[in-house]
Design a protein around this ligand. Structure first.
Ligand code: AMP
Ligand code: GLY
Length: 441
């Protein structure tokens, strides 16, 4: 019997043992979608989620441990005999959760701290892309305010300024003029608003943006369906940037050739580059890509599932997600076999709309009662809700995402807005034009 066959047999045997206990780390809509996908696995008997949320609590047991409290999470996994841990947020990965769990002999899906730098350091990501020929915007990085300002002044506007570290989605400024650029550079380099770090100054690119997430282990890459996020708060892509107001799959403006190019030239090349650099990936690689007039280029990498993209992508997965997560967790530590990982996807499209608290992303009230969710024929992923006196109430800026599928985007859109009309709450708003890029002819 060859090693490959032995691996297959091991995979088969483990997939037949249907008593798995899983810990999901995180708590937003993305984690709810992960928990939902795991709950469809016949192998999974029990799901814990730390810290979880009110919606997740309907499908898993919430555990009151912070997603960055690595020692407490590791102790919990040891005490409960957790078979597999799945990590949602980048903050947990950057806190070294994967390294700590592996040291304790615990099985975990996610990248090591060193590999997570593909997201946590813009400069590292740029260096990898340039070294391995992955298409991206030209750049220079600076730690000195004066030098950065002189460089930006010598170039055309808008200027793209990126803080070199995790900044909760607030570390990128597209400065329209020198005044805006100076303010942003001052925040990042002089006042150290996000901590001590460099700034990457990038060429400004144009074109539609899209998200390409893949499961990755070493140099092996398994693509997920493409999706698109909607970052602005209001219809017509107006208003402030948010954590995402909606998403959909099935992007008519990205051709199969563009997709094949992105897979080969961006995701596979990056995965091979990370192996060469001695920090192989073993989780999800998210390519935030742009289709520029010069071809597909990388805007950013994330080392985790995207939010809200995960909420529209995972409902399309036909395969058992436990096999994928465990297969990658095993392969990352030199056991198991790639043959367990064969994601199959529904030939449909999905669309999801976020219901957010009025005022978000600025200040907003919490505690408004939400009714009608039990009548909704759609997936509802909770983002910021809680139970108070037996009632479901708002507890965050983005509150929940309603996701429907369809044969095409028009059908999915009609369904999702009709289901949303069954949900009642005085303090929620949502965009009515999700997927407009796909529907404009
Ligand atoms: P990031 O956090 O790197 O995804 O950047 C946030 C947003 O800034 C992106 O979604 C883009 O809309 C925009 N952006 C980032 N880099 C560039 C670039 N080089 N050219 C144009 N827009 C960019
Ligand atoms: N949707 C963008 C992100 O997950 O970072």
């Amino acid at each position: 019997m060859t090693i490959r066959e032995t691996g297959c047999l091991a995979g088969l045997l483990s997939s037949q043992n249907s008593m798995k206990k899983v810990l999901v780390v995180g708590g937003g809509g993305r984690c709810h979608a992960i928990v939902d996908a795991l709950s469809r696995s016949p192998q999974v008997e029990k799901i814990y989620c730390a810290p979880g949320n009110a919606g997740i609590g309907l499908q898993a047991e919430n555990v009151p441990i912070s997603d960055t409290d690595v020692p407490a999470l590791r102790q919990f996994a040891l005490d409960k005999g957790i078979d597999l841990t799945v990590v949602g947020p980048e903050a947990s990965l950057s806190a070294g959760i994967v390294d700590a769990f592996r040291q304790a002999g615990l099985k975990i899906f996610g990248h090591s701290k060193a590999a997570t730098r593909i997201e946590s350091s813009k400069e590292f990501a740029k260096e990898v892309m340039v070294k391995y020929g992955v298409p991206t915007a030209g750049y220079r990085s600076f730690s000195d305010f004066g030098e950065a300002l002189a460089y930006v002044s010598s170039r055309p506007f808008p200027a793209v300024l990126k803080y070199d570290g995790l900044a909760a989605g607030k570390g990128v400024v597209i400065a329209a003029d020198l005044k805006e650029a100076e303010e942003a550079l001052k925040d990042m380099l002089l006042d150290e608003k996000f901590g001590k770090g460099k700034v990457v100054v990038e060429d400004y690119l144009t074109g539609p943006e899209f998200s390409f997430m893949c499961f990755v282990c070493g140099d092996k890459v398994w693509p997920m369906p493409l999706s698109q996020d909607h970052k602005r708060a209001f219809d017509g892509d107006r208003g402030p940037n948010t954590g995402g107001m909606g998403a959909y799959t099935g992007l008519p403006f990205i051709s199969p050739e563009d997709e094949a190019f992105a897979l080969k030239e961006v995701l596979e090349k990056t995965a091979r580059g990370m192996v060469e650099e001695g920090c192989p990936l073993s989780g999800v690689l998210y390519g935030g890509l742009m289709k520029t007039p010069q071809g597909v280029k990388v805007i950013e990498f994330n080392a985790r599932f995207g939010d809200p993209e995960t909420e529209v992508v995972l409902p399309l997965l036909k395969s058992d997600i436990y096999d994928i997560f465990e297969g990658i967790a095993d392969m990352a530590v030199g056991s198991g076999c790639a043959c367990r990982i064969a994601p199959m996807w529904e030939n449909k499209v999905t669309m999801g709309v976020v219901l957010a608290s009025k005022g978000y992303p600025g200040s907003y009230a919490k505690g408004a009662e939400i009714t009608g969710t039990e009548d909704v024929d759609a997936r509802i992923y909770h983002m910021g809700t809680k139970m108070a006196d037996g009632k479901l109430v708002t507890a965050g800026g983005r509150v929940m995402m309603v996701v429907c599928s369809g044969e095409d985007i028009r059908q999915a859109k009609e369904k999702v807005y009709s289901e949303i009309s069954k949900i009642h709450c005085d303090n929620l708003f949502f965009r009515s034009d999700i997927a407009h890029w796909a529907l404009e002819d």
